[in-house]
Design a protein around this ligand. Structure first.
Ligand code: DLZ
Length: 512
């Protein structure tokens, strides 16, 4: 039964379910297509990473004696879409069936379902076994629950996998050590160097392709040093475990001017493309803990990101799509300011997070949640606009992970399906967790007036503006009680400051 096995650009794993029963006579189809490259205008580095990793994975498959039909973006007959390439291949060969692992995006799943109707051969979709929890498993967990909180799902995953368990109790007597993971970065701390991989011939060819075909896309293409093979990704993982993990926990929520990586793992792009498996990443962290090489607060925090958050957002995405994407609980409708693309803003924290993003197609989770996300939440940026920005700019972004994190977690557009309250914060939080405010032209200690940190009055404007939607939330009770004690005069000052800020947001003189 000759089988055509379609492998997508984020399915670069030898253990992929669509490849496990590969037999002599089967063909693997991989294709670089404009449809995927253009459905959002991806960061140049993201494009280069995906195409280079795909081409290297083709080499790994062929070295394993598995023939690949690989269609490059610039191949003359490239039809430009998955559907076109699949039809072309089926027209040329004699295949009895198509096998594919479930994709990461609803959009592509719809495409696959259309193939099941339109193609002459059966199209078999297999579970993506690279995740700890199948979609059925998540659905079973969610069934009948009023609230779908990550923490409880995470505990089940801990019990099920045995990660950081001491019998039936959590290691160290606690499920979550988050309280120990909120230190500001000391001034004298030495940050670890990061591994960079010189582009080889394949990557060099891809860089030229991206430069040539996507010259106007956002982001710096070079210098390019991302891991594009499994061997390189494993090096990054080992380097993280040995060099960064011991202090990852303490400074997990810290931010520092000009420092993109701190003690973060930087494995998300490689993991989400399939170069590393979630199971091996968690095992490596736990082994370091068992060997006394990393403390529990660091290892638990890291494993929670993968075994907890990553699995949870994927489950939630598939449970709630397609309606999820259209939710707009706070009726936010402001266009995305230009500075998200240029980085040209006097707000130092935003300028730094956007500059990091532009250079590396990367920012760590607190920059994403509490700086660019927090601003979008407070300013009421339209969900579609901010969701697309995150999809474009991060090398690890596919909709299954981006949408819940942005739409649900950062901007509360889902009205609390994910988060029990909006992650809104004023300048005080940013000042507590970073060194940005010291060099900012705005003053974080000033609450109102043109020299005040905009996060301060935008925070209270957000609270006032959304009172009808948020006041009844018990977790917002303290904030609304505090608002009740606020004088009318201060409220007017907040409204005036916010209004003039928004008036100037799209003009070049003041903010951008
Ligand atoms: C993101 C991306 C891009 C830019 N290009 C391709 C491509 O040319 N070929 C491919 O197979 N995959 C690509 N991808 C990843 C897909 O968008 C991803 O597999 C789907 O969104 C499903 O998650």
């Amino acid at each position: 039964m000759p089988t055509l096995r379609l492998v997508l650009g984020d399915q670069l794993s030898m253990s992929l379910s669509s490849l496990v029963d590969w037999q002599e006579g089967d063909t693997i189809l991989m294709c670089e297509v404009m449809e995927e490259a253009r459905y959002v205008p991806h960061h140049k580095k993201k494009l280069a990473f995906i195409f280079s990793a795909m081409r290297h994975f083709r080499g790994a498959l062929e070295a394993d004696d598995k023939p690949v039909r690989y269609v490059k973006l610039d191949d003359q007959d490239n039809s430009g879409s998955f559907t076109g390439e699949l039809e072309r291949m089926l027209g040329e060969g004699d295949f009895d069936r198509v096998v594919i692992t479930e994709p990461g995006e609803y959009r592509v799943m719809e495409m696959i379902h259309s193939w099941q109707d339109s193609l002459d051969v059966p199209v078999i979709v297999r579970e993506d076994t690279r995740f700890f929890a199948s979609l059925d498993r998540f659905e079973r967990w969610a069934d009948g629950k009023k609230q779908l909180r990550m923490e409880f799902f995470y505990r089940e995953m801990r019990r099920e996998t045995g990660h950081l368990m001491d019998g039936d109790k959590p290691e160290g007597g606690q499920w979550n050590f988050d309280k120990e993971n909120r230190r500001k970065l000391p001034k004298d701390v030495t940050l670890p160097d990061r591994l960079r991989f010189e582009p080889d011939a394949i990557t060099t060819e891809v860089l030229a392709l991206v430069n040539d075909r996507f010259p106007d896309n956002f982001g710096d293409l070079e210098p390019f040093g991302m891991p594009v093979t499994r061997a390189q990704a494993l090096e990054v993982l080992t380097h993280f475990i040995e060099t960064c993990l011991p202090r990852f926990g303490d400074y997990q929520d810290a931010m520092a001017e000009g420092e993109a990586f701190l003690f973060h793992s930087t494995v998300s792009a490689a993991m989400n493309a399939g170069l590393l498996l979630a199971s091996e990443v968690c095992e490596a962290a736990e082994t370091a803990y068992q060997a006394g090489q990393a403390p529990l607060n660091a290892v638990e925090g890291f494993i929670r990101q993968i075994l907890g958050w990553r699995e949870y957002v994927r489950g939630l995405y598939w449970l709630k799509m397609p309606d999820y994407k259209g939710l707009n609980a706070l009726e936010a409708d402001r266009p995305l300011p230009d500075f998200y693309w240029t980085g040209k803003t006097d707000m130092a924290c935003l300028a730094d997070a956007i500059s990091t993003t532009k250079q590396h197609a990367y920012a760590h989770h607190i920059q994403r949640l509490m700086i660019t996300g927090n601003f979008a939440l407070l300013a009421g940026i339209a969900p579609d606009a901010i969701n697309e920005w995150y999809m474009v700019v991060y090398a690890d972004a596919y909709e299954w992970v981006e949408l819940p994190n942005t739409h649900g977690m950062a901007i509360y557009a889902d009205g609390g399906i994910m988060a029990s309250k909006p992650y809104a914060a004023s300048g005080a939080y940013i000042d507590k967790m970073s060194d940005h405010c010291a060099g900012c032209r705005y003053k974080v200690k000033v609450k109102n007036s043109p020299e005040a940190c905009p996060f301060n009055y935008l925070y209270w404007d957000f609270v006032m503006r959304n009172a009808d939607k948020l006041k009844a939330n018990p977790r917002m009770g303290m904030i609304y009680r505090s608002l009740e004690r606020t004088s009318d005069e201060r409220r007017v000052a907040i409204k005036n400051d916010a209004e003039s800020f928004f008036e100037n947001l799209y003009s070049e003189q003041i903010v951008v």
